[in-house]
Design a protein around this ligand. Structure first.
Ligand code: NFA
Length: 102
């Protein structure tokens, strides 16, 4: 704030800096026990993917070990992680969901 322009020679140093909130990648991790259909269901239910999209991402996690399933604000990312972890635990599957700053 309080930058009214002023000396044009200082334009670069005083460029107004717009602060964007950091974004967080939410990731699913592969394991040997969670059924594929359960992972597909998680992606449909909590990440609003079509069945085809969910199946594709599930296979990526299965083959590569993990995949980014969405990018969100810190608060939304935390909610997604909690929802997925709670849902997996309730169904006694070891599926892991984590978040990481982009
Ligand atoms: N690897 C699991 C299986 O073969 C499937 C899976 C996919 C688990 C993605 C977790 C994440 N049943």
């Amino acid at each position: 704030d309080e930058d009214e322009g002023g000396d044009p020679s200082l334009a670069l140093k005083t460029r107004p800096k717009t602060k964007r909130p950091p974004l967080y990648k939410v990731m699913l991790l592969n394991d040997d026990y969670t059924p594929m259909e359960f992972v597909v269901h998680v992606l449909e239910r909590f990440f609003h993917m079509s069945h085809a999209q969910a199946f594709e991402i599930m296979l990526t996690v299965h083959k590569k070990g993990l995949a980014v399933v969405g990018v969100f604000s810190h608060e939304i990312a935390e909610t997604k992680v909690t929802q997925v972890m709670d849902f997996a635990r309730r169904h006694q599957h070891p599926l892991q969901c984590t978040m990481e700053k982009e």
